[in-house]
Design a binder for this molecule. Structure first.
Ligand code: ASP
Length: 309
């Protein structure tokens, strides 16, 4: 039996220490702990990496503190459009949805696209129609609303800027993701997000784009990214890590380090990523001030962190 591991993130960005209270910090850490435990529970019971990342991401989507599912940020027309993707490193099957509204758990819809459709990516109305057919749970607008995201949106409207969910000020942390390696040495990645505050409606970020914000291949790595989506798309970020491992023989950590601290910076790409390989090694790297993150493995190692350590 191989070492099994899970790593999660709840968004990267300029998480200012001076705006963080002990109470808030513990609320975020509790949310991360719950998600880690949900994913780890699946692995411990012999479940697959795919089911582990689903469980962890659902837990984060249901938590209003994070920018995914409930508590997603608002776009320029005050809508809450969400993106999500999941990829199975064993088969390299993938499913993704973009710009969907009122879906309680976009990651579950992405999973259905992967398992029950002949497509990889569905967007907007078509994705919502598919959700209905597959009895995916929906919620009214009020379910997704959070006062602090709304305040953040009002501020962004004044400046007419599209802002990264975690750029300055408090309460701006978001996008969630998970990567896991199960006891069979298979790996998977999942990412879910409300995107960026005040984004143009219809805008699609890196998270649902296979190879940009989400990628998994059991020969190399499983990666979930968070940060300013546009540079992450242009850098084909998650796949780049996999390529560096496959073609140049870099380790997971070396490949992630090169991408996060060099290649992304060349495009002003602020953010970070989590990754695992098929030996159960995990890494969590970012070039921003902080990243909500945590990892846990079958050897009893566990950490939950926000700032650089
Ligand atoms: N990457 C996400 C996007 O651009 C945002 C984030 O990670 O917070 O949609």
């Amino acid at each position: 039996m191989a070492k099994y591991t899970i790593a999660i993130h709840g968004g990267a960005g300029t998480i200012r220490k001076e705006e963080m209270t002990a109470e808030k910090e513990s609320a975020y850490k509790n949310g991360l702990n719950e998600a880690l435990n949900a994913g780890f529970h699946v692995l411990k019971n012999g479940g697959t990496a795919v089911d582990a990342v689903r469980a962890a991401v659902v837990s984060l989507e249901d938590n209003i503190l994070f920018n995914a599912g409930k508590g997603s940020v608002f776009g320029n027309d005050k809508s809450q459009e969400m993106d999500a993707a999941i990829m199975d490193g064993r088969t390299r099957n993938a499913g993704s949805v973009s710009a969907v509204r009122n879906i309680r758990n976009p990651i579950e819809l992405a999973y259905k696209v992967m398992t029950e459709s002949e497509h990889v990516m569905l967007s907007g109305r078509g994705a919502e129609e598919f959700a209905k057919l597959h009895h995916i749970r929906t919620e009214p607008d009020e379910y997704f609303f959070s006062a602090f995201r709304f305040e953040q949106w009002k501020l962004a409207q004044q400046t007419d800027k599209v802002i990264l969910d975690h750029t300055s000020m408090e309460k701006k942390f978001g996008t969630v993701g998970a990567v896991a390696c199960d006891e069979f040495g298979n790996i998977a990645a999942a990412t879910s997000t409300g995107g960026m505050t005040n984004k143009q409606w219809g805008r699609i970020g890196d998270s649902p784009i296979i190879g940009a914000g989400t990628y998994a291949n059991s020969k190399t790595c499983a990666i979930s990214c968070t940060g300013h989506g546009e540079p992450f798309i242009r850098a084909v970020t998650a796949y780049d890590v996999s390529c560096l491992m496959e073609y140049k023989g870099l380790t997971l950590y070396e490949a992630m380090h090169l991408v996060v601290h060099d290649k992304l910076l060349q495009l002003d790409g602020e953010g970070g990523m989590i990754g695992v390989d098929a030996q159960g090694n995990a890494a969590m790297l970012f070039n921003s001030e902080g990243m909500y993150r945590g990892k846990m493995n079958s050897e009893g190692e566990k950490e939950v962190l926000i700032y650089k350590n």
